[in-house]
Design a protein. Structure first.
Length: 316
């Protein structure tokens, strides 16, 4: 017989301050759903009503934009909801496809109806209102370890990348989930911009290097070196065959980088003569550009061999 759930009494969200509650809501969403991007704005102090904003991976080409507003109050009032919604709808991110309110309090059917009517009249396609009891049930179902760590008083990180890593640290991932995360590494200009149109070949090389590192270590960085997230590394894949396929991708990317370095070293690809080391302008013959395109395409095809759902950008 399975072990009984440890938490049998309601969680007293009122014992925690607003930022702690927002951290838990963010960590839950990061754990429970797939995201193309997700940011926590509440800790910045000027959130324009959008404590959390993300693009959920719903299988569509563009994904679903989601705004989550956290309300850690004794009672959710319509005035509070209306003010937050108004700020979101007039902010720079535009109108989200889904607006979700997560509160610690009870929410009546009448209140839910008023909020949904307001949102649908403002071109928001979907609206969710989660009471404290509902949020707790979602936590028990999808992220009970996060709930335990929260109730036991473990401090959640402040910065979004660290909080993402914290939320995903003990989430059991299938190999397919891991490959989905790896696939996001290739959603950057270095893998779809035609080589002869690449505006900064130094950044191109850095992006290749960062991708090799992310596949091997799980540390994903942007072009400027900032940590984006931690993902499973090749070594964490359960299937040995998949590990070898991803390793082949790493080797193909390393071959691409080595050939690029050789073209620079031999003068086939030349930096402009302005003598500014930060200048991004290079001169490259079409034959060299085509060769690099082929090497890049080979690496992408190898990743598709590992992850059948991955779409390889068209060859130029």
């Amino acid at each position: 017989m399975g072990q009984p759930t440890k938490y049998v009494q309601p969680i007293h969200f009122e014992d925690f301050d607003g930022l702690q509650f927002e951290r838990l809501v963010f960590a839950y969403h990061a754990r429970a759903e797939k995201w193309r991007s997700i940011e926590w704005y509440g800790q910045c102090g000027s959130d324009l009503g959008r404590d959390i904003w993300g693009v959920r991976d719903d299988g569509s080409k563009t994904g679903e934009s989601v705004c989550v507003q956290c309300v850690n109050r004794v009672r959710l009032t319509f005035a509070k909801a209306e003010a937050d919604i108004s700020k979101v709808l007039t902010a720079s991110n535009g109108v989200p496809a889904r607006f979700r309110i997560v509160t610690r309090s009870k929410v009546s059917a009448a209140m839910r109806g008023k909020i949904k009517t307001l949102l649908t009249s403002s071109d928001v396609r979907h609206c969710d209102v989660w009471s404290g009891a509902e949020f707790e049930e979602f936590l028990r179902r999808d992220a009970e370890s996060l709930l335990k760590r929260f109730v036991d008083g473990e401090a959640f990180p402040d910065a979004t990348p660290d909080l993402l890593a914290f939320a995903l640290a003990d989430k059991p991932l299938s190999d397919n989930d891991a490959l989905d995360l790896m696939a996001k590494l290739f959603d950057r200009p270095a893998f779809y911009t035609p080589i002869h149109q690449e505006s900064n070949l130094g950044d191109f090389k850095q992006a290749i290097t960062d991708t090799i590192q992310a596949l091997g270590t799980g540390i994903s960085k942007a072009r400027d070196g900032q940590l984006i997230a931690r993902i499973p590394s090749r070594q964490q894949l359960k299937d040995e065959g998949l590990r070898k396929k991803v390793q082949a991708v790493e080797k193909a990317l390393a071959k691409l980088r080595a050939r690029f370095d050789e073209l620079i070293r031999t003068g086939v690809v030349k930096h402009c003569k302005c003598k500014d080391p930060a200048c991004p302008v290079y001169f490259m013959p079409s034959e060299a550009a085509h060769e690099l395109e082929q090497l890049r395409q080979s690496a992408l095809e190898l990743f598709r061999a590992a992850h059948q759902g991955f779409e390889v950008p068209s060859s130029w």
